[in-house]
Ligand binder design. Structure first.
Ligand SMILES: *[C@@H]1O[C@H](CO)[C@@H](O)[C@H](O)[C@H]1NC(C)=O
Length: 156
């Protein structure tokens, strides 16, 4: 018969694996995970700078050339489900700052990615402004996105 100690080690290891897999899939937080994705769609010599953060997470200042992208994942907090991420964008003499994820914007991400675990929220920074992909929209409309913000000249 197996020694009690080895049985204990076996179950502890098993439990750790289950918890780790669950955490990766946001199982311990309503099962809702989100990927926020920001793409630079401005074709030109200048790169844009993006600084995104939430109350608890700072994604850091990132520099994006044409078609470059940043993304990050998070699990919804089961205790306080209303997570908010905002980004500050810099493009030469133009700037803008707005929420890239909040309670209302979550609806735009209503299609799960291939892994069926995360909802994907995609923002496109264009010369004419900022567009979010509406994943509820049919093909065609999805790629164009919906314009929600303009660039502002000067500091914001
Ligand atoms: C969510 O963010 C958008 C900006 O991207 C804003 O228009 C909207 O008012 C925000 N909603 C809430 C509930 O703060």
């Amino acid at each position: 018969m197996a020694k009690p100690a080895s049985v204990l080690i076996f179950f502890t290891t098993y439990l750790c694996i289950v918890i780790a897999i669950g955490a990766k899939n946001c199982m311990w937080s309503n099962g809702r995970g989100w990927i926020i994705n920001v793409v630079n769609e401005i074709n030109g010599p200048n790169k844009i700078q993006v600084h995104c953060k939430s109350k608890d997470n700072d994604i850091g200042m990132k520099t994006l050339g044409y078609h470059e992208t940043i993304d990050w994942k998070f699990c919804e907090n089961i205790i306080a489900p209303s997570t908010l991420f905002f980004c500050h964008f810099y493009n030469g003499n133009k700037e803008q700052v707005f929420d890239v994820f909040n309670d209302t914007l979550g609806a735009f991400c209503d299609e799960k990615d291939r892994k069926k675990t995360y909802y994907r929220c995609t923002w496109m920074a264009k010369l004419e402004g900022f567009y979010i992909k509406d994943r509820r929209a049919g093909p065609g409309k999805l790629e164009t996105g919906l314009k929600l913000h303009d660039w502002k000249v000067g500091r914001v």
